[in-house]
Ligand binder design. Structure first.
Ligand code: GLN
Length: 191
C-alpha cells in the first residue's frame, strides 16, 4: 500500500510538496488538525515564515500531536521554516517551535543582499549529480548533537541534516523538479 504523507498546511509552500509526494507514488494529505495527522505515516513541514507557523501550530493545538507523531518513530521532514520550527534552539529567538531536533539554527543566514539564490549542493546520500538548492531567506544549522548527521553543507555551513527519523533542509527541494530528496524521505518512511 502506498504511504500517506501529511503536509502541514497552516501556511507556506504547501502545494509543491504535495505534488512532489505524488510524483514519488505516495499519497499526499493536507494536515491542519491532529485527527488528519493521525492518518499519516509521515509529515512534511513546509517553508514559509517560521514565527507564523509556530504561532499557528500553537493555536491549532498541533505542537503536542506532532511531537507524539515523531516520538512514535514516524518520520518528519522540515524544509526551511520547517527546519527552524523543528529545532530545539533558534538563535536569538523565543518563537514557538516543535523543538524535536537537537540542533541550533540561525535564521536568515545568507544576508539581505542575497536573501534568495540557487546553488548546486553536493549531497552524497542522494547519489548522482549535485542537487539544485533553492535558498529563500534560508537558515543554516550552527550546531547539532553527536547523533545528528550533516548530509550537505554549503560554504562550510550545514544545510541538510538528519537525526534518526527527522530530516531537515535549509533549501526548498519541492521547488525543483528533482525528486531525489523526497524519494530519500519516502525511503525513511518505508524502512
Ligand atoms: N526566513 C524564514 C523564517 O525565518 C524562512 C524562509 C523560508 O521558509 N523560505 O521563517
Amino acid at each position: 500500500m502506498a504511504s500517506t504523507i501529511g503536509i502541514l498546511s497552516l501556511q507556506g509552500a504547501v502545494a509543491p510538496h504535495a505534488e512532489a509526494v505524488r510524483d514519488c507514488g505516495a499519497e499526499a494529505r493536507f494536515v491542519r488538525t491532529a485527527e488528519e495527522l493521525s492518518a499519516c505515516d509521515a509529515l512534511i513541514i513546509p517553508g514559509g515564515e517560521s514565527t507564523t507557523m509556530g504561532m499557528l501550530m500553537e493555536r491549532f493545538d498541533l505542537l503536542q500531536p506532532i511531537g507524539e507523531h515523531a516520538r512514535a518513530g514516524k518520520p518528519v521532514l522540515g524544509t526551511c521554516a520547517g527546519m527552524i520550527v523543528l529545532s530545539k534552539d533558534i538563535v536569538d529567538s523565543d518563537q514557538a517551535r516543535l523543538g524535536l531536533m537537537d540542533t541550533r539554527v540561525a535564521r536568515n543566514s545568507y544576508g539581505r543582499q542575497v536573501e534568495s539564490f540557487e546553488s548546486p549542493v553536493s549531497i552524497p546520500a542522494l547519489g548522482g549529480d549535485d542537487f539544485p538548492g533553492v535558498f529563500i531567506r534560508a537558515p543554516h544549522v550552527e550546531a547539532m548533537s553527536a547523533d545528528t548527521e550533516t548530509l550537505a553543507e554549503l560554504d562550510g555551513r550545514a544545510v541538510f541534516v538528519r537525526q534518526g527519523r527527522l530530516l531537515a533542509s535549509a533549501f526548498h527541494p519541492e521547488l525543483t523538479s528533482d525528486r531525489r530528496l523526497h524519494e530519500y524521505f519516502l525511503g525513511m518512511v518505508n524502512s
